[in-house]
Design a binder for this molecule. Sequence first.
Ligand SMILES: [Zn+2]
Length: 181
Amino acid sequence: MTTPPFAAPTEAELDVVSAQLGRPARGVLGIAARCVCGNPTVVATSPRLPDGSPFPTFYYLTHRAATAAMSELEATHVMVELQDLLLDDELSAEYARAHAAYLADRATFGEVDEIAGISAGGMPVRVKCLHALAGHALAAGPGVNPIGDLALARSRWSASVCECETPGRATPQSATPETAT
Ligand SMILES: [Zn+2]
């Protein structure tokens, strides 16, 4: 897991991300979270893409098995359950702090007026996209985004079990991905 600053992504990492997305990776600032094999699971994306468009989802979940697992959860009643948990004052305060942390991380790469105050996933008061919330939780580590943590805990996917199509492809020279972050 990694929050700013990030090491610049390598060509091999960008290749893996493009394969995960099925389109060329755009605006990737760095790898914010990885599979045990070293492949990216979350990329940090520039708040303004190379074509000039604003992009609020700073922590973007790219790993196919992870995105599929979040889509499965979204297809059940999990989002309603998680939304209801925000009625708890303590949890809702943590979620508001997650929103602030998200914006602070993104702001290290510049303020973009069109998305000022807008984070991702429904923060600070709604649960709207588990992909975005899990992406934040994976990047920031446990204890920062409570709803993202819960979504990951409920999911059948785990960053500690490699389900990559090409395991280790992002780190061809070395098997020690964490040293790069
Ligand atoms: Zn893997």
